[in-house]
Each structure stands twice: as C-alpha cells, then as structure tokens.
Design a protein around this ligand. Structure first.
Ligand code: ASP
Ligand code: MG
Length: 457
C-alpha cells in the first residue's frame, strides 16, 4: 500500500488535476490512499477572506469567495463531463461556499477569528479540491471515494487535558486505519482531504501550514504503507535553493535524520513533522514531481545513502535575530535553566545556542511578538544585546562523520569571500554545521560554499 500526497500546484488547475489523476491511475502500486492540498493559492484566499470579515468588510470577503468559486467551477467544467456528477460537484461547491459565507458573516459581528474558526474556514480548501479530484476520477470510471477528514478528531478531545501530541496522533492514526482499510480491501482508492480536523489550538498552530504532508504520513502509518509519496512541483530535495544556485542538483537518497535536519533548517520541500510517522514504521518517503513523473525524485530512508560529496545539502534561513546574554557569573549552575525557562514562558523557540564563560548567544526568528517582553524580563538580571537581520547557513549530511576537514573548508570558503562569521554551531549528531552571518551575505555565502563543495560556477 502507498500513501500519495498531491500538493497545491499538483491541484492548481484543471490540467494539473487531470495530470494528478493520470499519475494515480497509472501508478504501479495497486492499493493506494490519496491525500490532497487545496488548489494552489486557495488557503491564502480563505485566510484573506476571514481577515476581511473581522474588519466587517463584506464586499471584500464576498469578492474572495467569488474568486474561490470561479476557480473550482472552471476546473469542474473541464474535468467532469458526466451530467449527474457535474451537477453533484456544482451543488457541492455552491453549498459549501454558501455555508462559509454565513460563517464569515457571523465573524463580522464577533470581530475576531479564533483558532477553531480559522480551522473551520481553511478546511474548505482541501474539502473542495478532494471533491473535485474524486469526481474527475469517477467521471473516468475509477473506483474512488471522497473522504473528508474535517470531523475525524471532534470526539477525541472530550477530555480537556488531551493535547495534540505524538500520543494523540498515534490514536488518530489508528482511527484513520479503521476508516480507510475497508475501502482499500475493496480496491477503492480513498481521496482524502489534507485537512484533518479541528484540533484545540487549530491545525495551523499545532502542525503549521503545509499540514497535508503530515496527513499523508499519518495515513501511511495507519494503513501500513510501504511508501509515502509527496508529489510536488520539483523533482526532489535539492543540494540548495535553486533560486540562489541554478546548478543545484537533486539528492537521490537521504536518511530520516538528514531529512529531519533539512526540514527543520528551512528546506521547504516537506513539512518537518512528516518524518516521524515514517520513522516509527520504517516507511520510505519519496518526493516526486507531478510535472516530471518519470524522474526518480528523492528517497528518504532509514539509513540513507552516502553521496560522493562531503555532505548533502546547504540550507539558509533568513530573518534571524541573535540575542546575547552576558553575565560575569555565567558558569554558575542554574543559569541555563533560568534562561531557557524564560524563553519557554514567552513561547519563543530557540534555534542555535553558543556559550562562552561570560555570555550565551541564541538565535530566534526576527519579529517574535513576545521578544520585547522577554528582553525586559532578562534585563532585570543580565546584560542583553540584540542584533537583527542575520542569516544561518548550514551544511547537512552524514558524510561529515567520515570526511576530515569539512568544517575547515566551509569556514575558509566563507572567509575567502570576506564573509564574517558571528556564531558557529555543530549539531550533536555531527551531521550539520551552522554559521550565523549577516543577512546581506546570505546568498553569496550559499554560492561560494556550493561552489567549494559541489564544483559549480
Ligand atoms: N493548503 C494548506 C496550506 O497551504 C495545507 C497544505 O497545502 O498542505 O498550508
Ligand atoms: Mg507543501
């Protein structure tokens, strides 16, 4: 059994959806579950519509709803020729958008969007795209069933103490298995929404945007899949951002650890949470390109494979703030706990940490809403310095364990290009080295490091 996930661009237009359908039909694996994202841009349109509603701007949110309706009806007209199926689709789209319009009207009175309301609103993106794909597949006589996961978790939060943690997702996956396995046994392909329900705090807070990847991973785990395929608009995970280095190449295989590092370090191809359900059940995750289905893509496996380079990929994170805390008694026990607790209490997550006898520096994302409160609190005890607009460049790959001199070459490449390094950190598992540099140097840093290690111009 395979779990196939198709992203926004693979669902972006009638042509893209038809291509996605062909990939499903001609897929060599007989049993598969499909998970889809919203048509590209639709989740953002829904969020904008909600913003207009809270500002009581009815004309503005109605325009957004009209745009969403037109996008789906246009696709439906091309994708579904059978009259009954077409009517079913048209009525479905109109009914759902009418319901949303009523919901947004209520928001104009309340004046704000709670996390739960936000979930209710964005769920529509995946509900409409999954319905569209399932109708198209039925139109061409495929055995499929539309499965909306929007209410699947509603009864799982009866007890207030339940949190959307790993244990919860294990139970959730079990529930998914019960729902999908009978269909698979009858050779029916479920077409599921990437949106999986209204969890406390909202899906965007608990999982984050791009949650459909995670849904596909949970479906894979639920149905004992041998492979989770993430179909997107690039042919795999690349050696670096191709907008910075056009010669960036596709990595053919990565280990679960390397992929987790890359996803957490800002490589945008898969959602960071996608990996753990795969790790738990040792399921291969493969990134594939909908527009070039014959490309092999990138396989993410338990052990990965060593490439013939010194590492696999270079990532860059922009808009970073470095916060340095100075104290004459840094070596006193308990200081780190005190600092980290302060960060946690303001809900600010730390990326890199670097310590010395008299100071500790950490990196966080620029513009966190609680930063000034945290600084005021820390300044009661310490000397605090803040520098904005930094970047983190990192090299990632297990090969570093076996190759000597990688760090030396990395830092030399930066210094030869006259790029100043403010902070250095090596991951405890020795599969990444990160350097904090000025934001303005970020692109050049990626170019020179890529050139040094991958021989590109
Ligand atoms: N459509 C949602 C988003 O844009 C979920 C997804 O694409 O995975 O975040
Ligand atoms: Mg995505």
């Amino acid at each position: 059994m395979f779990s196939l996930k198709f992203g926004g661009t693979s669902m972006g237009s009638a042509e893209a959806i038809a291509q996605t359908a062909q990939i499903i039909i001609s897929h060599p694996e007989q049993h598969k579950s499909v998970v889809v994202s919203a048509m590209s841009g639709v989740t953002n349109l829904l969020i904008s519509a909600a913003e207009c509603a809270t500002k009581t701007d009815k004309i503005c949110y109605k325009n957004y709803l009209e745009e969403i309706k037109e996008k789906h009806i246009t696709a439906l007209d091309t994708l579904v020729t059978n009259k009954d199926l077409h009517t079913e689709g048209k009525e479905f789209i109109e009914k759902k958008l009418l319901g949303l319009s009523g919901f947004l009207h209520a928001l104009t009175v309340i004046g704000e969007v709670s996390s739960r309301s936000n979930d209710e609103i964005i769920s529509l993106g995946e509900i409409l795209s999954a319905k569209l794909l399932s109708l198209h597949l039925k139109d061409i006589n495929e055995k499929v069933e539309f499965i909306s996961l929007e209410n699947i978790v509603s009864d799982m939060f009866e007890h207030e103490h339940i949190k959307p943690d790993k244990h919860f997702f294990e139970c959730f996956s079990h529930k998914l298995g019960k729902l999908l396995t009978p269909l698979l046994e009858e050779n029916i392909t479920p077409i599921c929404t990437g949106f999986f329900g209204k969890i406390p705090d909202g899906i965007v807070n608990a999982v984050g945007r791009g949650y459909s990847d995670f849904t596909a991973a949970l479906v894979g785990k639920a149905c004992n899949a041998t492979e989770i395929q993430i179909w997107t608009d690039v042919s795999g995970i690349l050696s670096t951002d191709p907008r910075i280095v056009k010669e960036a190449h596709v990595i053919d295989e990565l280990s679960f650890n390397e992929a987790t590092e890359l996803a957490n370090l800002g490589a945008k191809v898969i959602h960071p949470q996608t990996i753990w359900p795969a790790v738990k059940n040792n399921i291969v995750v493969r990134i594939k390109n909908t527009m070039a289905p014959n490309d092999m893509g990138t396989a993410i496996t338990k052990l990965g494979k060593n490439s013939n380079h010194s590492f696999k990929s270079i990532t860059v994170q922009k808009d970073i703030t470095v916060l340095t805390v100075k104290s004459s008694n840094m070596s006193e026990s308990g200081i780190l706990i005190d600092l980290f607790q302060a960060f946690a209490s303001y809900d600010i997550s730390i990326d890199l940490v670097s310590t010395s006898e008299s100071s500790i520096s950490v990196t966080i994302q620029n513009g966190h809403k609680n930063l000034s409160k945290l600084v005021t609190e820390l300044e009661k005890k310490y000397n605090v310095e803040i520098v904005h607009n930094k970047s983190i460049i990192a090299i990632v790959g297990n090969e570093m364990l076996y190759n000597m001199g990688v760090a030396g070459r990395f830092f030399s490449a930066l210094s030869n290009a006259k790029i100043n390094i403010n902070m250095i950190s090596q991951g405890a598992n020795e599969s990444n080295i990160s350097a904090v540099i000025a934001g303005k140097d970020a692109n050049n840093a990626v170019k020179v490091v890529h050139k040094e290690f991958f021989n590109t111009i």
